[in-house]
Design a protein around this ligand. Structure first.
Ligand code: NDP
Length: 437
């Protein structure tokens, strides 16, 4: 088997192993403790800590929900529905970026249609009293538990598939089982010719579940209190605007690191199948039984600033992709873009050229787009006010993730573009926050 392209550990080997093993073992525990604290311990970390102190390991085993038949049923029906939409809904043919071995994957861009059909179906099922979304909330712990085990098995399947039946030449082994399992082996695994597994895990299961759960939390609060608080409305609206933006721009997402560089393994797939539905949605989960009344003025203020952040984040991505799509023949903030023509060599030895944008958002810092991403998350969390820390866990996690991602991306680009990346760093010296970092 060929050596995995781009299987590089950007941190020291010891730190890499430590972080991989601790993530593999701690993340599942964290997801369950997060759910327990939000739903059964008033969102209070102290209350959960006291419980665990008093009851020890047995206490933890007692709160771990067993995956029930209803949890599996919900997951399978939802997964099958999303897979069917992915396969059957019409969409434009879109080509992804050229892979390190020179392949160009082809996708069907039907994400927005799938998003629309999913939300309309889900809300209609509730409206016409065919299925009550509160059932999902009431079985959330069991669903997370089932997802934890099911996704682990799914990642083993990806590992075996990478070894015995890779879908393309963009596959390889690092020679180390843990690294292969954790970082993945295949870049574009598929079932058959058309069913792209990463589009399913990252977009249609993971990101879609974010919107579905945001609506679920809203409905649960309504059923509990007979009304939806303005804090919940701001939270749900901002999260839905964010996810709508994601599906609007889904074909653009297929050009990003997640799809074009990160291979299908535990890190990305387990993250999208378990971490997104639990941790990413957690501010809404908290608000279900903590309805805060913000008042019209403050609610509107948070909503507007949050939408502005989501828009700026979208515009950064749009600017980069428009610039690449038009080969630099576009206007950036009303002017011709300033750019660097960077050549690089593919793993097959071909010399290629990429354009690096050095004006607009991309002239402020090399990863400025992470600033509005983090701020948007802050603004959909802040309706929870500051009684508890846990709703802010996602913001803290996202900040660490994106700072690490900026480093991983910089390292990758430095080794890809060499002196041209150095030139870019001289022209745009800040990594994320202009003037500071
Ligand atoms: P992107 O992949 O979109 O951008 C980085 C890539 O763009 C680089 O690898 C490089 O790829 C290319 N590039 C770098 N600099 C330039 C430049 N100056 N001009 C042109 N191309 C350049 O980044 P991300 O995947 O990190 O982010 C995409 C979106 O996803 C963002 O909105 C981000 O906020 C969001 N995101 C959200 C996360 C979440 O958990 N909520 C997690 C991660 C991202 P190449 O090899 O083609 O040159």
């Amino acid at each position: 088997m060929a050596a995995a392209p781009e299987t590089k550990t950007v941190h020291s080997p010891a730190l890499t192993y430590f972080s991989m093993l601790s993530l593999l073992s701690l993340c599942p525990l964290f997801v369950i403790l997060l759910w327990y604290t939000m739903v059964h311990a008033d969102g209070s970390v102290v209350q959960t800590r006291n419980y665990l102190k008093q009851h020890g390991l047995q206490g933890f085993i007692d709160i771990w929900p067993r995956p029930t038949a209803i949890a599996w049923k919900i997951i399978f029906v939802y997964g099958a529905f999303e897979a069917a939409l992915q396969l059957l809904l019409p969409g434009k043919r879109v080509e992804g970026p050229v892979s390190p071995t020179g392949n160009r994957p082809v996708y069907k861009a039907n994400g927005m249609a799938a998003y629309f059909v999913t939300l309309v179906t889900y809300i209609s099922l509730w409206w016409f009293e065919i299925f009550n979304p509160t059932v999902v909330y009431d079985h959330l712990g069991e669903i997370y538990s089932a997802l934890i085990f099911g996704s682990l098995i799914f990642c083993v399947f990806l590992y075996i598939k990478g070894h015995v039946a890779p879908s393309s030449t963009d596959c390889g082994s690092s020679g180390n089982l843990i690294i292969d399992f954790y970082w993945g082996m295949e870049l574009y695994p598929r079932i058959g010719k058309n069913f792209d597994i990463k589009v399913f895990t990252n977009c249609r299961f993971g990101m879609m579940s974010w919107a579905v759960l945001a609506v679920t939390y809203c409905i649960k609060q309504y059923e509990l209190n007979g009304k939806v608080s303005d804090s919940m409305l701001v939270n749900t609206t901002l999260m839905l605007v964010y996810v709508t933006k994601f599906f609007w721009w889904e074909a653009g997402y297929w050009n990003t690191m997640d799809i074009a560089h990160d291979r299908a393994g535990f890190y990305i797939c387990w993250g999208c199948l378990v971490w997104v539905p639990s941790v990413y949605t957690s501010p809404g989960m908290y608000l279900v039984n903590h309805p805060v009344n913000l008042g019209m003025q403050l609610a509107l203020y948070i909503l507007v600033v949050g939408i502005l952040c989501i828009y700026i984040n979208y515009d950064c991505d749009r600017q980069r992709q428009e610039f690449r799509r038009t080969n630099g023949k576009c206007k950036i903030w009303g002017k011709a873009p300033s750019k660097i023509e960077a050549t690089y060599t593919t793993t097959s030895g071909e010399t290629k050229t990429s354009l690096l944008l050095t004006s607009g958002w991309w002239g402020l810092a090399r990863h400025f787009h992470y600033v509005p991403e983090i701020l948007a998350a802050f603004f959909w969390t802040v309706p929870a006010l500051f009684n508890h820390f846990l709703p802010y866990f996602y913001v803290v996690f996202l900040t660490i993730l994106l700072f690490d991602r900026a480093k991983r991306d910089d390292d990758r680009c430095r080794s890809k573009y060499g002196k041209y990346w150095k030139l870019y760093c001289n022209k745009v010296p800040y990594k994320i926050i202009p003037g500071i970092y």
